[in-house]
Design a protein around this ligand. Sequence first.
Ligand SMILES: [Zn+2]
Length: 300
Amino acid sequence: MIVMKIPLLEEIHRRVVLADGAMGTQLLKAGLKSGGCGELWNIEKPEAVKAIQSRYREAGSDILLTNTFGASRLRLEKFGLANRAFEINRAAALMAREVMGPNLYVLGDIGPFGGIIEPAGDVPQEDAIAGFEDQARAFTSAAVDGIIIETMTSADEILCALEGVRRAAPGTPTLVSLSFDKTPSGEYRTMMGMTPADAAELAESECVDVIGCNCGAGMEIDDYARIVQDFRARTRKAVIVQPNAGLPELVNGKIVYRETPEMMASGIPALVKAGANIIGGCCGTSPEHIRLFKQMLDKM
Ligand SMILES: [Zn+2]
């Protein structure tokens, strides 16, 4: 029997869809050296990446993000791998599709390229766009269900990424997720000063399909829920939220994240109530977090 998959943008209006958890912290656990290039593992250690992704699928993730957060050409340059950007992104997309099969969802993942765009910085806009365009073109070879531009802090960079995606993969659903920090006065702002209101406005004016937040400093589940609520009040766009398991702390020479799967899962109802359509996890979350998120969502 052939099961026709419901397009992601439709499915997220029928139920809350579960994304995956962290990749970076899982790669470190699997032996990646801190500061190493986890994206090169798509080529050199594909079995290790696949093992992590399979655990997310088994835990209940409906959506998998490709292991390409740092795989824009500009960021790979730091490892002397700029000329392998397309190959790395393509391998990641094919691998994610292999893990999820045709009936679950794969999102091509685009993270910040690690520089600042002109005129505020020294990276020409066209270079930033070309790097993102490369990634998006590679993703299309595995027929991704959408492309997520995540952990973003500046409107300039989001606009460049959207332009790159539109050049290479027009018509592909776009998700934009920003990283807000909680300020001492209790407001939420990205490192570059954007507020949730700015993000909602950008989602509207740029016809982004899904707006959201992930990562960030000083954030607890209730903070993410408040931002989701704020998005909901300002835009009818669907919302994705991927909280951190707290901030990394060094305990006895090991990096630990304070928020246990149980602690975070208890916050899931608040995220759903706030209006989240897609829920996943960012830094420090594991397959066990996702398994308990799934249990909680099933109960609701
Ligand atoms: Zn994160």
